[in-house]
Ligand binder design. Structure first.
Ligand code: ATP
Ligand code: BTN
Length: 305
């Protein structure tokens, strides 16, 4: 039933079976694939690999929700704890950058997640899953057509509406964990001048006739609910192969020339898609490369996107 060549591309026969099901081969294979997925879920659930429960804590203002999660992890908090706030006084972005989180205008939320022995290696994949979860949540709640700017930005009409920061920390007992941080611009109509031309908010983007009120709790809970579904599917494969198609559908600049900026040099490339470990696949002078370093910036040739 399993083709070894195909299996080599995936982590387990399950992934191959599911591929067959997707290709709509015969019914027996489809049923077998579904059955195998059920078995995998059963085993993984009982062995504690799946994220089972999300706990929500809300605060008016904190320094950084990522920092609050770290503090709680040191005190022994369980996986699935989320801390959310309506303001951050020291919100952080990638590479030590600042994340603007003004009072009453945004929402910042972070989750504690244990992810194997080397959680640091999972940062690219988990960042991709967070991006998919935010995109799906904002589409479901407000009909927003978001795109994803690899590795960690969610954009609408070429402007940034959300940033994602996944970090890891090791406790004194040697155990490591991830902190998944997500910041969403909700009610802002104005931004500080440094980001005025590249930031947007839900309120600026939704249809003006849209009657529904925006509740920040609803945003937080929809994002994490969606993340839980993506994550528990990810656990079955332990790679991103089944999300590649969906992610690439929303990848901003896909098929276009982009500028890759890293600390040492800047060059042009064509953005092609993502690898199964979350790297960006690009073409440079006819040669295919994978960008694995999350500290690079991928910009449009004439601006942010
Ligand atoms: P790139 O990946 O191209 O470097 P970027 O400029 O968005 O994109 P990131 O490290 O992903 O860089 O995000 C941090 C940046 O986000 C900050 O340097 C700032 O320019 C911008 N930023 C800060 N707060 C907000 C906000 N609330 N909304 C949108 N953008 C913000
Ligand atoms: C970026 O775009 O560079 C990432 C921004 C991440 C912001 C979120 S808000 C919740 C969490 N707490 C922080 O201090 N940062 C992240």
């Amino acid at each position: 039933m399993f083709d070894l060549k195909s299996r080599a591309d995936n982590t387990c026969p399950l992934a191959f079976s599911i591929d067959l099901a997707h290709k709509g081969q015969d019914n027996v294979r489809t049923i077998a694939a579904k059955w195998l997925v059920c078995c995998a879920h059963f085993v993984l659930e009982r062995s504690g690999y799946m994220l089972e429960k999300i706990e929500y804590e809300y605060y008016e203002s904190v320094d950084s929700t990522n920092e609050r999660i770290k503090e709680r992890a040191r005190q022994g908090a369980k996986e699935g704890l989320t801390i959310s706030a309506m303001q951050q006084t020291a919100g952080r972005g990638r590479i030590g950058r600042k994340w603007e989180s003004p009072p009453n205008e945004c929402v910042a939320t972070s989750m504690l997640l244990y992810q194997g022995d080397i959680p640091r290696a999972a940062i690219p994949s988990i960042t991709i899953l967070c991006g998919l979860a935010v995109r799906s949540a904002l589409h479901k709640l407000y009909g927003l057509e978001c795109q994803i700017k690899w590795p960690n930005d969610i954009v609408v009409h070429g402007k940034k509406i959300c940033g994602i920061l996944v970090e890891y920390e090791t406790l004194s007992n040697g155990e490591s964990y991830l902190i998944l941080g997500i910041g969403v611009n909700v009610h802002q109509h104005k931004f500080v001048k440094e980001i005025a031309d590249k930031a947007t908010s839900i309120e600026l983007e939704i249809d003006k006739k849209y009657e529904k009120r925006i509740h920040r709790k609803e945003i937080v809970e929809e994002i994490w609910k969606s993340f839980l579904e993506y994550f528990n599917q990810f656990v079955v494969y332990n790679n991103l192969c089944c999300f590649k198609k969906e992610y690439e559908k929303y990848l901003v600049n896909r098929g276009e020339r982009v500028r890759i900026e890293n600390p040492h040099n800047t060059y042009e490339a064509v953005a092609l898609g993502i690898s199964k470990s979350g790297g960006l696949l690009v073409e440079v002078n006819g040669e295919h490369r994978e960008i694995k370093n999350f500290e690079v910036s991928v910009r449009g040739l004439y601006g942010y996107v």
